[in-house]
Write a protein that binds this ligand. Sequence first.
Ligand code: KG4
Ligand code: ZN
Length: 347
Amino acid sequence: MTRILGIETSCDETSAAVLAGTGDAVTLESLVILSQDVHRVFGGVVPEIASRQHLVALGPVIDRALADAGATLATVDAIAVTHAPGLVGALLVGVAAAKGLAMARGLPLVGVHHMEGHLFATSLEHAAAVPPFTALLVSGGHTLLLDVPAWGEYVHLGATRDDAAGEAFDKAAKLLGLPYPGGRHVEALARDGDPARHRFTRPMLRRDQRPGDDDYYDVSFSGLKTAVLGAVRAAGDALEGEKAHIARGFQDALVETLAAKVARAATAHGRTRVVLGGGVACNRALVAAIERACGDDVTVFAPTPRIATDNAAMIARAGLWRFERGERAGLDLACASALPIPGSRPG
Ligand code: KG4
Ligand code: ZN
């Protein structure tokens, strides 16, 4: 059994977790997530502020996670830290802290790719959310459709050509005058919306698409954002009464597009499990649309909001898998704003 401390600082959550186990049998012993509220004031994450807040919070967050787990640095076996992708200044804070602790305590260090963390996250809550599966990662910065035959093997099927799904939600929210981050506000508003009122075009989704077409799995959301802008303008003074309908039209178009592409991927690879990750996986309409599109033979696993959004438990989980394979990072572990997931290959 390995007990591993996970550290995550890639964006605007300062998080630490302790996880213990072997293979897919793991226990989450603690998870502390400190969300940086300050960015709400600016309507988006300000990188320099994010780094500074991580610097202030990370030490106490790690101490709290260790204490909650009844652990100390003397009773953990390794440290896993997110080193890419993300805001480099923010990543650096976590990586520097992890290196310092690893060096001081003589502990092995494992570098984790943030998106691989999201792939492992759902298995913390659903024991059956393990490969082989079709994966959809939908966050503020990423929209990725993968086939996962085994942990560490990631077949890249599709991605967004422009805005990430979460980014599209946030931009639509802004156009509708909702707070940042706007995804959950759009979802709440859309519940009262009439689905027939605004039927926006489903981007990159046509019946005549065939496997092998370069837009078969890819998505694009910038046109949808423009459609929302058009609807907002057209509503003019009547916008207040129209908002819920526009939110519904936007959300339906986005989730139906993603659901259709996920169903294509699951069918093409004969998968009976679909695993969702990232903040947008909290969206119940998305989960329901994917369940509908995939049919009864497929089980869709979605994480709860605590595990869907950025957290160190998923980093500890992915780190444990890499640690058990003998992977170790040196003190020269570098941060990167962008990096392919290790083990990924084109579909
Ligand atoms: O994974 P995450 O916490 O952070 C990133 O790595 O980006 O994802 C945050 C994104 C935001 O864009 C937020 O608006 C979106 O997830 N989000 C949602 C919902 N909850 C969070 N989008 C749609 N519906 C939701 N319920
Ligand atoms: Zn994330």
